[in-house]
Design a protein around this ligand. Structure first.
Ligand SMILES: [Zn+2]
Length: 351
């Protein structure tokens, strides 16, 4: 039943999954194809594991949460899902698929696809429980033989970690891409998943996506995202846009890192001398974007600005010897950054 239910949910083609991250693309709801599979599935003698079944090759972690301490702050990484992104020439404008595979191999990853995990982070500090981004909900899910994209495990893994979603008082949003905010919205209903939490986002990000003139300026593939944001977010009374690099809750500051989106934001946690940079999508897949900061990714709305922000943020993390984590870092996402040749290397072994 669970499988059928997930198949009834929004099913995205690889192109649409790319759109979900902010690229041009056409939304393809592949219900018709899957109806055929469903009938196969029920045919006598037909095995469940037919060749069209979603075949996630990246195993879910045995435990969907992971804890570390930063001074007095308790940081819990929460596993939301994974996208096994097929290679495509458009991923980087100035790196080939061959170079991308080489970089993945150099970091010890499969070259069959780009492994893009999705994590959210809970910070408990000074008596507050703060969730950083909300994952993709159960709404960024795509299955076809080449592309597996599953999100929406944040709520279940919060509970597994002993964190009642109702105790989340504050949610910090890095940017308005689906894999970071759809976890805030009920599927089909758009009902708030965290009605009692204050949702804090940079004013630049809020203004960009809620500008009524935006939809007409976007390519068709990105318009549904803008429409959904504009239909829902301005109606919510619990959304607080903030300017600049304020301390948004005691011990956590916004760090402006524009380029990926106009208001893309990292979160700096400090407790005593201990510091953590929750880098969001500043260097989203470190094996690619940190190792090769000059590579201009199609997911970065303004790639040269994203490169500037990436270097600035990683240089700061190195200079201040702080711990770093990121939404799409290798699970569970905590590591140390060091300079490595012309780029940066993430060391996850010595946290
Ligand atoms: Zn992302």
């Amino acid at each position: 039943m669970a499988l059928l239910a997930s198949r009834r949910s929004l099913v995205l083609s690889a192109a649409a999954a790319a759109m979900a991250f902010g690229l041009d693309g056409t939304l393809t709801v592949a219900e018709a194809r899957h109806c055929r599979h469903r009938s196969h599935r029920h045919a006598p003698g037909r095995h469940v594991s037919d060749q069209h079944a979603p075949h996630q090759r990246t195993p879910d972690p045995a435990q969907g949460y992971d804890r570390t301490k930063v001074g007095d702050a308790e940081i819990t990484a929460i596993y939301d899902g994974v996208w096994e992104k097929p290679h495509d020439q458009a991923y980087f404008s100035n790196a080939t698929v061959g170079e991308t595979k080489q970089a993945l191999a150099a970091a010890g990853f499969t070259t069959a696809f780009v492994t893009i995990p999705i994590a959210t982070f809970v910070v408990r500090l000074n008596g507050k429980t703060v969730l950083c981004d909300a994952g993709g909900g159960d709404q960024v899910q795509g299955f076809n033989p080449d592309s597996v994209f599953v999100s929406g495990k944040t709520l279940a893994n919060l509970k597994a970690a002993g964190i009642d979603p109702a105790e989340v008082e504050t949610i910090l949003v890095s940017h308005f891409h689906p894999d970071h905010i759809f976890g805030l919205l009920g599927k089909e209903t758009n009902a708030p998943v965290f009605p009692n939490a204050e949702i804090i986002v940079s004013a630049a990000e809020y203004k960009f996506w809620t500008d009524p003139s935006l939809t007409g300026r976007l390519p068709p593939g990105r318009q549904p995202l803008a429409r959904r944001i504009q239909t829902v977010i301005p109606q919510w009374k619990n959304v607080l846009p903030v300017e600049g690099e304020d301390e948004v809750v005691p011990g956590i500051r916004f760090v402006s890192a524009p380029g990926h989106t106009p208001g893309h934001t990292a979160f700096h946690v400090s407790s005593g001398a201990a510091q953590l940079m929750i880098s969001s999508d500043t260097a989203y897949v470190p094996a690619l974007c940190a190792a090769h900061p000059t590579w201009h990714g199609a997911f970065d709305q303004d790639a040269p600005l994203a490169e500037t922000s990436r270097r600035k943020l990683l240089d700061r993390v190195i200079a201040d010897r702080m711990l770093i984590c990121g939404t799409h870092f290798p699970w569970p996402g905590f590591g140390r950054i060091a300079r490595d040749g012309t780029g940066y290397a993430l060391d996850v072994a010595h946290v």
